[in-house]
Every structure is written in structure tokens, then in C-alpha cells.
Design a protein around this ligand. Structure first.
Ligand code: BGC
Length: 349
């Protein structure tokens, strides 16, 4: 079968190649790939900056934002042939650490977790894949191709849960949320914060176009300047850019007792114009919490599927700005400024 693979840490090695169909040891549920979303992590892996092949192997099959159709549900899954499913990304570490032992692998404390398509387990960019029943999430069939948005949605559901849990350390009645970055994670965060009833603001570099329209269609407010110029103090900021200056300004702009949740993974770039001490003292003097959030456990996947099922399908459809064929995977990995979510489609929905 065809699969999109990479030799991790070697730039320029991504290719579409023939690999054997997955064996039953990889999971009792056999799935035909429908589509796989592309994200910044995939780009980093292809650029040789991130990613690990399965032990003893040269190639890693890419892809962690899956959507597939059950071909063979196996003896124990309770799934039916034809069901749409998405595969969870992370697997607990084998020790296991206390968090992995209780199913909170997103909070793995020894770093020995594995991740499909990222760290030591093949991903979902192959014509067929197998999955263990407990890591297969059944997708509302009315979502169709939009089910491919479940993985980024799970990451957002976890970030919002973290904010809610932390908020309860004091009297917590959040009203205003700022989302920095109007990529897929930022827009899904705006959608979910809106469903939660918050006054939502989204800030991005784009001065016009689809991102602006999508934010306005949600009934949220769009800003294209810098965080420091905003004339309000949000209770919550979900930082999705990973850009140093935006992070520093977010910490200085958050309201008293507010929470800045860092969900973007950035590297390098220019140093912020404020010193770390100035940024930190703004947080100290106003009891702020700055929290990092990565990945998602089953609870978040469940919540994400509920949020998606409630969302407007027309709005969600506009998030998928480009669909490429597997043979054009390199085009899918090159993001243009107009792209929000690019997906590689393996078979008809
Ligand atoms: C994925 C997460 C993963 C993280 C770090 C992100 O792109 O969505 O599931 O934990 O990368 O590898």
C-alpha cells in the first residue's frame, strides 16, 4: 500500500512509497484512510527538525490528524464496518508514570510516551491503518470529512479544560477570551470559547480575507494589530502563535488573576522587546498563571467530538481550505498565507 514516509531528522527524505499493509499486532481494527490533516508538526518533521522513527526502523509514516472508515472492526471494538473513526495520537509510556497509569498520557511525566506519526509509531498517512479499539474514536457520521478536525479540536479541548481547572483556584467568572493566531487551533479555540458563552477576540497578522470573515461569522471580534495595543484586559488568552513577542505581550496584557495558556509551539525568532523580568513581574503582581498545554487524553477527545457535533457545518467546512491527493503531499506541506487547514485525501468519504 502507499504511505507518505520520512526519515526523521533528515530533511528532504519525505516520499510516497510502498509499504506492507499493517499487521494485526498493530491493532484489531482495520481502517481505510479517508483523509489526514497537515499541521506545523508535520512540516517540522519533514524539515528534519522533529520526529522519531519506530525503534529499529528507518522510516516513519507521517500523519496524526486522521479520519478513516472501518473495514474490519475486529472481535472486540463494538464498531461496525463503514463507521467513521479517528485515531488517538499518543500512547502511554511503558513504565508507566503515574499520569500514564491513569490514562492521562497527555501529562506523561517521563517523556517516554509515543505518538503516531510523530514519535516512534507509524502515523495515519497510509492507505490502510490499524488501531487498538480503545484508541479509536467514533465520529458523528454527519460530520463526514470534517471529522478530520477532531485531532486539533482535542488539543483545544484540553487547553480550555486546563484554563477552567486553574481558574477555580480563586473566584473565577471569565467573560473575555483572547485567541492569538487565527490558524486551525486558534479558530477552533474561538469557536469553542464562543460555544462556552465568552466574549471572544481573535488577533492575527492577516488584515483581511477568510480568517477575518470566519471570526466575524462566529460573532467574535477580529484584531490585526499587536496585543499591546488592545484596549481591554482578557480573563483568558489562548496563545496559538508560538511567537516570542506575542507571548510576552500576552503576559503583560492579561487581566488580574487571568490565565495565559500557551498552545503554540514556536522556535527561535527575535527576542521580545521586554525583558523576562519585566514580563514576569507583570504576572507576579496580578496573580497570573502561564500554563503550557500539549496533546489530549480520551476525556478531551470526547469533549472535542461533542463540541464539533454542535458546531455549524458550513463554518467548519470553510476551515478546510485545500484538499490534496497523496501524490501531491509536498504541495500539502507547503502552506500559503491563505491556508487554514490543508488535508490529504486518500479515499472518497
Ligand atoms: C500534536 C500533538 C502532539 C504534539 C507534540 C502536535 O502537533 O497535535 O498531539 O502531542 O504535536 O508532538
Amino acid at each position: 500500500m502507499k504511505a507518505i514516509t520520512v526519515e526523521p531528522k533528515k530533511p528532504g527524505t519525505a516520499k510516497l512509497m510502498d509499504i506492507p499493509e499493517p499487521g494485526v499486532h498493530e491493532g484489531s481494527v482495520l481502517v481505510q484512510a479517508v483523509a489526514v490533516g497537515v499541521c506545523g508538526t508535520d512540516v517540522e518533521i519533514v524539515e528534519g527538525k522533529y520526529g522519531w522513527a519506530p525503534p529499529g526502523q528507518k522510516h516513519l509514516v507521517l500523519g496524526h490528524e486522521s479520519l478513516g472508515r472501518v473495514i474490519d472492526p475486529g472481535p472486540t471494538s463494538g464498531l461496525k464496518k463503514g463507521d467513521l473513526v479517528v485515531g488517538i495520537v499518543r500512547r502511554p509510556d511503558p513504565v508507566p508514570c503515574p499520569n500514564c497509569a491513569v490514562g492521562e498520557w497527555d501529562m506523561c511525566s517521563n517523556g517516554l510516551y509515543t505518538e503516531r506519526g510523530i514519535k516512534e509509531i507509524n502515523g495515519y498517512m497510509s492507505e490502510y491503518w490499524r488501531i487498538e479499539p480503545e484508541y479509536a474514536i467514533k465520529v458523528d457520521p454527519t460530520l463526514g470529512l470534517l471529522g478530520v478536525l477532531l485531532e486539533p479540536s482535542s488539543v483545544v479541548a484540553k487547553a480550555l479544560e486546563q484554563v477552567g481547572l486553574i481558574g477555580r483556584r480563586s473566584f473565577w467568572e471569565p467573560r473575555t477570551a483572547l485567541i492569538t493566531g487565527a490558524g486551525p487551533i486558534g479558530l477552533l479555540a474561538a469557536l469553542f470559547a464562543k460555544l462556552y458563552g465568552l466574549d471572544v477576540h481573535v488577533l492575527d497578522r492577516a488584515a483581511g480575507g477568510l480568517k477575518v470573515d470566519l471570526v466575524r461569522e462566529l460573532g467574535a471580534t477580529y484584531h490585526s494589530g499587536s496585543v499591546k495595543d488592545l484596549d481591554f484586559e482578557p480573563d483568558t488568552i489562548i496563545e496559538c502563535t508560538g511567537v516570542g513577542q506575542v507571548i510576552a505581550e500576552s503576559i503583560q496584557r492579561i487581566g488580574a488573576n487571568g490565565i495565559v495558556c500557551l498552545a503554540g509551539i514556536g522556535h527561535g525568532g527575535a527576542s521580545p522587546t521586554s525583558s523576562i523580568a519585566d514580563v514576569a513581574s507583570a504576572a507576579v503582581l496580578r496573580n497570573n498563571v502561564i500554563v503550557g498545554s500539549v496533546n489530549a487524553n480520551k476525556r478531551h477527545w470526547y469533549r472535542a467530538s461533542q463540541y464539533l457535533a454542535r458546531a455549524d457545518r458550513g463554518w467548519l467546512t470553510k476551515l478546510i481550505t485545500r484538499i490534496e491527493k497523496p501524490e501531491n503531499f509536498m504541495k500539502a506541506l507547503q502552506r500559503s498565507p491563505d491556508d487554514i487547514k490543508v488535508v490529504i485525501q486518500f479515499s472518497d468519504i
